[in-house]
Design a protein around this ligand. Structure first.
Ligand SMILES: Cc1cc2nc3c(=O)[nH]c(=O)nc-3n(C[C@H](O)[C@H](O)[C@H](O)COP(=O)(O)OP(=O)(O)OC[C@H]3O[C@@H](n4cnc5c(N)ncnc54)[C@H](O)[C@@H]3O)c2cc1C
Length: 496
């Protein structure tokens, strides 16, 4: 038996192993074969149970793998004919890849780093953003803080936006570094933040309207009118760590590698249509008419879909309110490949390279050190912007967005070789991109952790890290531990 070293993971080792220190991305090595990785904990599993996991995204696969390692009889039922859920990679020319969903990771995501390291996936290092802001018809460059064309207060000048935001939060007693801790927020902080939007919080610290508009542009999918409780984890990820990366060949390689260990326990193209439980067991009927019976079910089905399913007996009123009232936002990505990443010459790059209050919120450069030589960016459209985009003619709408940007920053995108779109509202297995905690809905945080009899819930949307793979993994482990408290993350497993 050899103990994997990933459980002693630290940032330096992770970066070195991934090839982010001292060179380009590491060469891919295959994870151990399914056989070599056979569950080593069978003997210690006191009572194997039958578990159905609904959904083969990151949360479902995390839960399934953790329980499989403990010797439980796990079957994963997936709606689509593919693995990965919202990690979905799109091939471009010259061997490059863009991401329809989850696009980047950071080293302040210990679970993500642990799983990537465990499967020895090669990485592409990416640049953090040095954006141009397009706000109120004016353009300001994050490189050139002086002069900014906005009416900022004296104390708001000459400092970067992330620093200003962090300062504002400290004034109301919030340390962004604590926000990502597993048990954040405590009851007192929850009570304090639950009724606040980001805007009301910033106003209470005396922030100028210009600063609030700039932060609104920077926040992209999250507007300043969003519940601050839902926003803070996003800010903690974006601002507390500047080491960005993605998986060479596509982020969906991570869930694919996890599914490979599970082998024929993963069943594709079998949407669950109903769930029924009794005192003794729980069963799921899939669209093909089959009935699957188990001791427990872990559902990672997005609530946009779950709320339309037949569940017997009905969910308790508070759980039903959670499923019905959690909000979901639309997102469209318009991706663009260019002959060269020529924006680097203009001093803008990274995540994001432009932030705006225009019909696109962000332009994000994911090129980094990806081999292939082409520039690789996407436009991020959310909320009303995404809805308006989807009303435009399908043949021309992606190019319309690109053309708008061409007018904004002349010369920046002159060498387009590929343009395409990935629209989240059009995906029938989710119909949206992310869940957002509504204002004043802090009660949901506890509710989404509570199983309903034999039915357990996971998915990034059952954490405050909604919209992040870190949250998806965290939720999968939580649900697995509700069934078997000894369930552990993949990188802590002893491998033979
Ligand atoms: C546009 C976008 C950008 C993102 N950017 C980032 C990023 O930069 N970094 C980051 O870390 N994260 C990012 N994310 C979030 C990340 O992709 C998710 O956190 C993660 O993939 C969610 O995993 P999950 O298992 O919780 O849910 P999902 O991946 O949604 O998995 C749910 C699964 O359930 C299946 N399903 C649905 N209905 C049924 C049914 N009836 N029966 C059986 N199966 C069903 C679905 O097909 C799907 O496979 C982004 C997501 C989007 C959409």
């Amino acid at each position: 038996m050899e103990r994997t070293r990933a459980n002693q993971l630290n940032r330096r080792r992770f970066l070195a192993q991934a090839g982010l220190v001292g060179g380009v991305g590491a060469v891919a090595t295959q994870p151990g074969s399914s056989q070599a990785l056979a569950a080593s904990n069978l003997a210690s599993s006191s009572k194997p149970s039958r578990v159905l996991v609904l959904g083969a995204g990151m949360s479902g696969l995390t839960a399934a793998l953790a329980l499989h390692r403990r010797g439980h009889d796990v079957q994963v039922l997936e709606y689509q004919n593919r693995i990965g859920g919202r990690l979905i990679s799109v091939p471009l020319k010259n061997g490059q890849t863009t991401e329809g969903g989850g696009g980047h990771f950071r080293t302040n995501m210990p679970l993500v780093c642990g799983y990537i390291s465990r499967f020895r996936l090669p990485l592409i290092a990416m640049n953090d953003g040095c954006p141009r802001f397009h706000v109120a018809g004016q353009i300001g460059d994050a490189n050139l803080m002086q002069p900014w064309p906005w009416e900022l207060q004296p104390g708001e000048r000459n400092v970067s936006l992330p620093s200003l935001l962090a300062n504002a939060l400290v004034k109301v007693g919030i340390n962004l570094n604590t926000v990502l801790e597993p048990h954040w927020p405590n009851p007192q902080v929850l009570k304090q933040l639950d009724p606040l939007t980001l805007k009301s919080l910033l106003q209470s610290t005396g922030a100028s309207e210009a600063l609030i508009r700039l932060i609104d542009a920077y926040a992209a999918e999250a507007t300043v009118d969003t519940a601050v409780l839902a926003l803070l984890p996003d800010f903690a990820y974006h601002f507390a760590d500047r080491n960005l990366f993605r998986i060479a060949g596509g982020n969906e390689r991570l869930p694919q590698a996890m599914a490979q260990v599970l082998g024929n326990r993963v069943h594709l193209g079998v949407p669950a249509v109903s769930i029924r439980q009794t005192a003794n067991e729980i069963s799921v009927v899939t669209k093909d008419g089959r009935t699957w019976t188990a001791d427990s079910v872990i559902s990672t089905i997005p609530f946009t879909i779950l709320r339309e399913m037949e569940i017997t007996p009905r969910l308790l009123p508070r759980k039903q309110a959670l499923v019905d009232q959690l909000e979901w936002s639309p997102v469209v990505k318009v991706y663009v490949q260019t002959r060269t990443p020529l924006w680097l010459k203009n001093g803008v790059h990274g995540w994001p390279m432009a932030a705006s209050d225009r019909p696109w919120e962000r332009v994000i450069d994911i090129t980094g050190n990806e081999p292939g030589g082409y520039g690789n960016i996407f436009f991020y459209l959310t909320g009303k912007n995404a809805e308006n985009f989807l009303k435009r003619p399908k043949e021309t709408r992606a190019m319309e967005v690109v053309n708008q940007f061409r007018a904004d920053l002349p010369g920046l995108i002159d060498e387009v070789v590929t343009v395409g779109e990935f629209s989240w509202p059009d995906q029938p297995w989710i119909k949206a991109a992310f869940a957002n905690l509504p204002l004043g809905a802090g009660w949901m945080i506890q509710e989404w952790q509570i199983p309903e009899g034999r039915l357990h819930f996971a998915g990034d949307f059952t954490t405050l890290k909604s919209g992040w793979v870190e949250g998806a993994i965290e939720s999968g482990l939580r649900a697995a531990r509700q069934i078997d408290p000894q369930a552990r993350p993949e990188f802590e497993i002893e491998l033979s």
